[in-house]
Design a protein around this ligand. Structure first.
Ligand SMILES: [Cu+2]
Length: 184
């Protein structure tokens, strides 16, 4: 019985093989058609490879990779807060406007202040911004791009400090840049 099945299988694959050889032989006089089939097969393989790469890279960057730890779960022994500040965006700067992007790590920028907020986990805080060594600063708790408009042309210095909810400075970064002469 099993011998019969084996024979049948061999017969089936044999027929397919003969069919392929026959089809190939039929295509010998049509080189253009042969190339088209080869190209289509190659394209399918490339698309399949691309798709596999996309799926692999998409799965490599999880939500946690991009957003960081969930703010809904307290973090024991949270790593120190970090401040990352970019130089001013070149296009607005060329027109006399200063746009400074920043981000924080291990600290969420939020308008929550006072001693009680020191106990919040994951950590929260805000930034202080001082322009050109002024004796005063302004506070930002939005986490959005810092925008300064109306500075004189010439060199400038912006100090950005990361502060805890009691306004104690944790760390800081300074950005220096030159504002071009206004266009006439
Ligand atoms: Cu403050």
């Amino acid at each position: 019985m099993s011998k019969g099945i084996k024979h049948n299988r061999r017969g089936f694959f044999g027929t397919v093989l003969v069919g392929m050889v026959f089809f190939g032989a039929l295509l010998v006089p049509f080189p253009l058609f042969r190339e088209t089939i080869a190209h289509t097969t190659l394209r399918c393989l490339i698309v399949m490879t691309d798709y596999t790469t996309f799926v692999t890279s998409a799965s490599a960057q999880s939500a946690k990779d991009i957003i960081g730890p969930s703010p809904l779960i307290a973090i024991k022994n949270e790593a120190p807060a970090e401040l990352i500040v970019d130089p001013p965006l070149p296009e607005p700067l060329a027109e006399g406007r200063v746009f400074i992007q920043y981000r924080t790590q291990n600290l969420r920028v939020m308008p929550v202040f006072g001693k009680g907020a020191l106990e919040v986990s994951p950590r929260i805080g805000h930034i202080h911004i001082t322009v050109d060594d002024a004796p005063w600063h302004f506070v930002d708790a939005s986490g959005q791009t810092i925008i300064l408009v109306g500075l004189e042309p010439g060199p400038h210095k912006v100090l950005i400090e990361l502060a805890d909810p009691t306004h104690k400075v944790i760390t800081s970064k300074t950005v220096t840049f030159r504002l071009p002469e206004a266009k006439r």
